[in-house]
Design a protein around this ligand. Structure first.
Ligand code: GDP
Length: 439
């Protein structure tokens, strides 16, 4: 997501950082490049103009020019403005005092509304809420079935009326059912059309009147760029939306939509969809995205993802195993699989400061797969006691995993080194490293 813009910005910032002192002409040059990159990323030209003017105003001041670290200071100004542009702070979903809080979804066909309804239900369920779904997309019968499958997957109730063409009626009856079921959130998947038209807007207004939602979220495909902003504007005029969900943020989006929606429409982006799977949903955090764009990493998101993937129990048992020196190849395999749960290596590294532009990671991912295959071809006993692995066992494992004995030897050597490291950590006996003043 936003890869090109990120790369461009990181180059500009690298140049800025390289100047010991920032002169007015340095800043103007950097700003020219900032403007070009934003326009190329399909950001609305008015938004770009204002953005650059604000930075210029803040950056071209005696304070910055005589500052201790002018390059860093400039980057901070750009970062702060970027955060502001993206909406300032994270805007959470409303929660009404009376159950259920009604969330109505709107958007064009194919935007990812139904998928998002499922993702949101899962997200809310994880927060301890009791979500309930209504399928009111009467023009795309497959949508109701799709929602039913998603609801089953998440483990929540869903209401729809196959073959009905009365969206308002479905919502009325669904709302009653949701109340009876004691739902805390009601998510309504409404009909989408290929284009905005009067009939669609009228129907959405009718639904709005009946269900009186606390939150109307417009689901927009981020891949459509500038059009996303126009679309949000039209829906906002007709329905008065509360927030935007940008889907397909994992695709090759130039980012213009994310960077323009708040300024132009005045409504915050609340969630981003980052893939087709039910867990591919993120709360939209302006500060974190700005950091990612500027190559400062997003360590907070990474830690959160890691916590989710590894879980507290696993983390505790891992800690215990390292401490008591019982870490074996099975644990190693588990760790590899946990890393995979975080996403591709490329996506993980992008969240770490300075690692965003590290180059081709395919060889490293291939290596991880190989190691996984090798361990999976071992017996339980072999995983627990790798020292019993002699020539004949190694040959069997190599055959089983489609690798060479040399690969197995390499893995065993690395594992042994890792165990040595862990021993040092757990006993506190660190080797004397030059310049580190170890114990
Ligand atoms: P609807 O017509 O608005 O209900 O759209 P759907 O929910 O059926 O989604 C349309 C297509 O977009 C489906 O193939 C989804 O799998 C896909 N999709 C939805 N959200 C995302 C996302 O965040 N990323 C990606 N890559 N695909 C998505």
């Amino acid at each position: 997501m936003l890869e090109n813009l990120g790369n461009r910005f990181q180059d500009i910032m690298k140049k800025v950082r390289g100047h010991g002192k920032l002169s007015e002409s340095n800043i103007k040059e950097a700003l020219r490049e900032v403007r070009m990159s934003l326009l190329e990323a399909d950001v609305n030209y008015k938004v770009v103009k204002e953005f650059v003017a604000k930075i210029q105003e803040k950056a071209i001041g005696a304070e910055v020019l005589t500052g201790i670290n002018p390059g860093q200071q400039f980057i901070k100004i750009v970062n702060d403005e970027l955060v502001e542009l993206l909406g300032g702070t994270n805007s959470r979903l409303t929660k009404s005092a009376k159950n259920p809080t009604v969330v109505m979804l709107a958007g064009l066909q194919g935007a990812g509304k139904t998928t998002f309804a499922g993702k949101l239900a899962k997200y809310l369920k994880k927060q301890g809420e009791k979500p309930y779904l209504i399928g009111a997309d009467i023009y795309r019968p497959a949508a109701m079935k799709q929602l039913e499958v998603l609801a089953q997957q998440v483990g929540v109730d869903v209401y729809f009326e196959l073959g009905s063409n009365d969206a308002v009626g479905i919502c009325e009856r669904g709302l009653e059912k949701a109340k009876e079921a004691g739902a805390t959130y009601l998510i309504i998947d409404t009909a989408g059309r290929l284009h905005i038209d009067e009939k669609l807007m009228e129907e959405l207004k009718e639904v709005k009147k009946v269900v009186r939602p606390q939150e109307i979220l417009l689901v927009v495909d981020a891949m459509i760029g500038q059009d996303a902003v126009n679309l949000a504007q039209s829906f906002n005029n007709a329905l008065s939306i509360d927030g935007v969900v940008l889907t397909k943020f994992d695709g090759d989006t130039r980012g213009g939509a994310a960077l323009s929606v708040k300024s132009v429409v005045g409504k915050p982006i609340k969630f981003v969809g980052t893939g087709e799977k039910i867990d591919d949903l993120e709360l939209f955090h302006p500060e974190r995205l700005a950091s990612r764009i500027l190559g400062m990493g997003d360590v907070v998101s990474l830690v959160e993802k890691a916590q989710e993937a590894i879980g507290e129990e696993d983390a505790k048992s891992l800690e215990e195993k390292i401490r008591t020196q019982k870490f074996d190849l099975d644990d190693f395999l588990k760790q590899l699989q946990n890393i995979k749960k975080l996403g591709s290596l490329g996506n993980i590294l992008k969240m770490i400061p300075g690692m965003g532009q590290i180059g081709d990671l395919a060889p490293a991912e291939k290596e991880m797969k190989k190691v996984e295959a090798i361990i999976q071809s071992m017996t339980r006993e072999e995983r627990k006691k790798p020292e019993i692995l002699k020539a004949s066992r190694k040959l069997r494992i190599a055959k089983g995993s489609g690798t060479e004995v040399a690969d197995i030897n390499k893995l065993l050597k690395q594992f042994e080194q890792m165990r040595e490291m862990m021993k040092m950590f757990s006993t506190g006996k660190f080797p004397q490293l030059p310049g580190m003043g170890g114990r």
